[in-house]
Ligand binder design. Sequence first.
Ligand SMILES: NC(=O)c1ccc[n+]([C@@H]2O[C@H](COP(=O)([O-])OP(=O)(O)OC[C@H]3O[C@@H](n4cnc5c(N)ncnc54)[C@H](OP(=O)(O)O)[C@@H]3O)[C@@H](O)[C@H]2O)c1
Length: 301
Amino acid sequence: MKLVVTGRHGQVARALVERGRSAGVEVVCLARPEVDLTEPDLVARTIEATRGDVVINAAAYTAVDKAEAEPDLAMRVNGEGARAVAAAAARTGRPVVQISTDYVFDGVLDRPYCEDDPVGPLGVYGRTKLAGETAVAAANARHVIARTAWVYSPFGHNFLKTMLRLGLTRDEVDVVADQWGAPTSALDLADALIAMARRLVGEPDNASLYGAFHATGSLYTSWAGFAAAIFAQAAMLERRPVAVTPISTAQYPTPAARPANSRLDAGKLHRVYGLALPEWRSSAHDCVKRLILSPEAQERS
Ligand SMILES: NC(=O)c1ccc[n+]([C@@H]2O[C@H](COP(=O)([O-])OP(=O)(O)OC[C@H]3O[C@@H](n4cnc5c(N)ncnc54)[C@H](OP(=O)(O)O)[C@@H]3O)[C@@H](O)[C@H]2O)c1
């Protein structure tokens, strides 16, 4: 199997390359300048010319706060760019997997969100990702919308790496404790995406495989709980102890509002594909270990 993936330096793209290697799956990454999601004609030409079984759109405008000031650019990338990727895949007879987000929901529900719960993004990023979902579904009947959340990995920028960096110089960190979700390892997500892609290739006419799916780490926590787990694991590897002080969202204002409840119900992924991502805590521990014990390997990868 060969996957065509947009983005090269992003967390999910890099995780797909790494996990693809161990799974015996070829992964071709298409990034700027060959694929710039703000240039639909270029996207079309490059994706149509690149052989591969499944197209995964892992590139996106992901700067949640900056998007509030750049709504047009965010929409071009996350809405129209995603449409161009899906349409190019459709023209060449291939399914597309669009990575999407918990931020399509407003977070007021008192239980984890299912795929068909009403959407209601709170900010520009969520609105543009929702536009991408709609555009992808319209452009390619053979689409999977894989909504994930709170992604971290040894690569790029993410909350886990930020906490480890802060922990080098601080004894105490204030972390929001009233937003709930499931930290998701990009590596675990990549494993799931590869398994999903195999099914899409093997059973192209199985209609149940298409549509929206939630794919996050198992079990839930708050950002403060996530931070505490990161510091606890780091302390076991002889990093200095760091105390987490729980604070409220109101005490940590950001340009973009975040959903208080980011919990996604991943039951459909299990029912249809037989997949469940590992518990967030064990994967977070693995990532902390990897970053502390072989930090130079992350720079090379
Ligand atoms: N991170 C999270 O917590 C999270 C949560 C839920 C959903 N998601 C979704 O998961 C997917 C992957 O996220 P991630 O964490 O891997 O993101 P990431 O690490 O921020 O990577 C995003 C990638 O998109 C590329 N990109 C941005 N604008 C582009 C453009 N105009 N043309 C082509 N490429 C462009 C970036 O390229 P450069 O490297 O050149 O800038 C980068 O490689 C995205 O769809 C995101 O919305 C992420």
